[in-house]
Each structure stands twice: as structure tokens, then as C-alpha cells.
Design a protein around this ligand. Structure first.
Ligand SMILES: Nc1ncnc2c1ncn2[C@@H]1O[C@H](COP(=O)(O)OP(=O)(O)OP(=O)(O)O)[C@@H](O)[C@H]1O
Ligand SMILES: [Mg+2]
Length: 227
């Protein structure tokens, strides 16, 4: 290996505009940006500045309306629906403010679900889920339903679920927004550990300053652009 390796994420004039009747609303506006593999990126910015929009594009949950987005060699801006689904499953894991767990599935089932949907056999998936949940301190909660968990436990379950397909990139949108400061600190430390110990690229959008100490890169958005 020689020379500098390519960035893991490359955004070129990346835009997402929403059209509401006659009105056009800017989500993100012509962002030029790149992220090297293994960074822990903290994305800041006021409400409405475009943080969630940017993370949704990176997650492949949404499509750009302009520009290009290349992630880990995938041209996310041009993928067919089928390939976008594959990209979502293989490359990224996402953690949300409101946890987004399936209420009728227990912890173990929630964590296994994305890998089972990808067609993997249950035994192998369960073993991996077991390892992630233990590492996250959830070994005594496998059979609990989300409604039987604390907020911090729900978010740790969601982190295990984000890891189940072994993604290079973990995206977290306001992951501590529904947690008290003690649980918030625990969750931020766990996310930081995915970068520090596993070498994953972790991108956290947050209003909180709890992630600052872990950041290797900080970006601030304003009106959909990087300040
Ligand atoms: N589905 C949508 N339809 C129309 N406009 C949208 C949609 N989603 C987001 N927007 C607009 O895009 C802009 C960026 O929103 P976004 O949710 O990315 O901000 P944010 O930085 O995540 O804010 P917050 O800190 O409140 O979560 C806002 O003006 C918002 O109103
Ligand atoms: Mg948001």
C-alpha cells in the first residue's frame, strides 16, 4: 500500500431540496465534504440546519436532489432501489433519537432483525447479536420488550442493532436527545468506542456537547451548508 487512501465519504455539491407545493425548502445545499475512514465526526448546527437531512442521505434513507455522494465506493446518488437497499444493509448502521425499536419484538429479536432480513441464518446472527449485546452491557435483557427497558437500555439495543451487519459507518442522529445526562454520557462513550476500538467511522449529529471530547472532526451546518 502506498500513498494516501481515498476518503471513505465524498460529497460533491450535495443537495437535498424539498418541494412543498410552490415552496422549496433547503435540506442541505451544495455540500462539498469528505471524511476519511476511522474518524469520529460530530455534526453541529441549529435546529433546521440540515443535520438529519445529511445523515439520512448518508444512510441511504433518502436520495439527493443534486450533486453526488460516494460512500465506500458506492455512488449512493445513483443507485437503483435494489442496490440502495444493499448499501443500507452492508455499509451503514443508524441510531436515532427515538430508538425506533419494534415494540412487539424483544431485545434479541430487534438486534437480529436487520441481518435476518438480509437473509442470514438465525444461529450465526444470534451469536453475533449476543456478542454485541454483552459488550453493551445488555446481557440480562435479551428477552425484554422495548417497553420494559429504560431509555439508555433502548439506545444500547439500537446500537447493537446498528452493528449487526458489521457496518463500516455508524450514523447517530441526536442519539442522546431522549436520555438524561448520565445515560447520555454512557451512550456517547459507547459510540466513541466503536471508533476507537473497532476503527469504525462514526458520525454523530447532536446539539449536546457530550460528544465533543471524542470528536476527531467537527463540522457545523448552517442553512444546509457547512460553515
Ligand atoms: N420531509 C421534509 N419535507 C420538507 N422539508 C423538510 C423535510 N425534512 C426536513 N425539511 C426541512 O429541511 C431543513 C433541514 O431539516 P433537518 O431535519 O435536516 O434539520 P436538523 O438540523 O436535523 O434540525 P434539528 O436540530 O431540529 O433536528 C429544515 O428547514 C426542515 O424544515
Ligand atoms: Mg435533526
Amino acid at each position: 500500500m502506498s500513498g494516501e487512501s481515498k476518503p471513505l465519504i465524498i460529497a460533491e455539491s450535495l443537495s437535498r431540496e424539498y418541494t412543498l407545493g410552490e415552496t422549496r425548502v433547503v435540506g442541505v445545499n451544495r455540500i462539498d465534504w469528505s471524511v476519511a475512514a476511522g474518524e469520529l465526526v460530530v455534526v453541529k448546527g441549529n435546529s433546521g440546519s440540515g443535520k438529519s437531512t445529511l445523515l439520512s442521505l448518508l444512510a441511504g434513507l433518502d436520495r439527493p436532489t443534486g450533486g453526488r455522494l460516494i460512500v465506500s465506493g458506492w455512488d449512493v446518488s445513483r443507485l437503483s432501489d435494489k442496490h440502495l437497499t444493499q448499501y443500507r444493509r452492508k455499509t451503514v448502521g443508524m441510531v436515532f433519537q427515538s430508538f425506533n425499536l419494534m415494540p412487539t419484538l424483544n431485545v434479541m429479536e430487534n438486534v437480529c432483525l436487520p441481518a435476518l432480513l438480509a437473509g442470514e441464518p438465525y444461529d450465526a446472527v444470534r451469536e453475533r447479536a449476543d456478542g454485541h449485546l454483552r459488550r453493551l452491557g445488555m446481557e440480562r435483557r435479551f428477552d425484554h420488550l422495548p417497553s420494559q427497558l429504560s431509555g439508555g437500555e433502548m439506545q444500547r439495543t439500537a446500537i447493537a442493532r446498528a452493528l449487526i451487519n458489521d457496518p463500516a459507518i455508524v450514523l447517530a442522529d441526536e442519539p442522546t436527545g431522549n436520555l438524561d445526562s448520565r445515560n447520555g454520557t454512557v451512550v456517547m462513550d459507547l459510540l466513541a468506542d466503536l471508533h476507537r476500538t473497532d476503527g469504525r467511522t462514526v458520525i454523530i449529529a447532536t446539539h449536546s456537547d457530550m460528544a465533543d471530547a471524542h470528536a476527531t472532526v467537527e463540522v457545523e451546518l448552517k442553512d444546509g451548508g457547512i460553515v
